[in-house]
Write a protein that binds this ligand. Structure first.
Ligand SMILES: *Cc1c(COP(=O)(O)O)cnc(C)c1O
Length: 221
């Protein structure tokens, strides 16, 4: 079942678009099924859950953290030494905490900065203006053990596809603006947008990483 859904989904992803299989709240057996079907990148949103799943899954599983991360849990998360990408860095303070901890551990942590474009108050992330300011000021240059690889965003949670498409296009434009502003930024090329219900619109806008859960694993329990 999971293997079929994955295969079906993969056929719809254009060349160059990577898939984070969002496995939060699903048991290890479900991840195992996806792994056996060839999936390697898994996304989790809680530190406790990702830590125990890392223990239970094969060593070549690739782990992305996609949830809201509290500063006081950074040490626990990074001490696994298995986090390939934190997709959801939503404050400068968190970024600094990740950098400090990575330096202490002697690792380089790859991150995406989360942008808030959805017209909902509950969403986390930097505003587009804050990000432009962040890159204009060169604030990232003081990072010692963190590599900013791109942006992550969620669109407004609505059936209005025009609005969703517009949210995605604004993030893609912001990414291009930052690249233009900072041509010296290396490896700033990952644009993570799109979930089960809106990933085709995200890809159309330029996403090259999608985060899909329920379409693969079914409803979360
Ligand atoms: C849960 C989650 C997803 C996946 O959502 P689905 O609708 O199950 O595809 C993607 N991104 C983030 C940040 C999430 O928390």
């Amino acid at each position: 079942m999971i293997a079929d859904r994955l295969a079906c989904l993969r056929r719809q992803l254009p060349e160059g678009v990577e898939l984070t299989a969002v496995s939060k709240f699903h048991p290890v057996e479900a991840l195992r099924e996806a792994y056996d079907a060839g999936q390697r990148i898994f996304g989790e949103s809680r530190v406790q859950e990702i830590t125990s799943k890392i223990e239970a899954m094969p060593d070549d599983t690739v782990w992305h953290f996609i949830g809201h991360l509290q500063t006081n849990k950074v040490r626990r998360l990074l001490s696994t030494r298995r986090i390939a990408l934190i997709e959801s860095v939503d404050t400068d303070r968190l970024l600094r905490a990740i950098d400090d901890e990575s330096l202490r551990l002697g690792i380089v942590t790859r991150v995406l900065l989360q942008v808030h474009v959805a017209r909902e108050e509950t969403k986390f992330g930097f505003s587009p203006d804050e990000l432009i300011e962040f890159f204009t000021s060169g604030a990232f240059e003081s990072l010692r053990a963190t590599h900013i690889c791109g942006l992550m965003a969620m669109a407004s949670n609505t059936d209005d596809t025009a609005r969703v498409a517009d949210d995605f296009r604004r993030v893609a434009a912001l990414m291009a603006d930052i690249q233009h502003l900072r041509p010296d930024l290396r490896g700033f090329d990952t644009l993570s947008m799109g979930m089960s219900h809106d990933y085709p619109l995200a890809i159309a806008a330029g996403a090259n990483l999608v985060r899909i859960g329920s379409l693969i694993f079914g409803d979360r329990v």
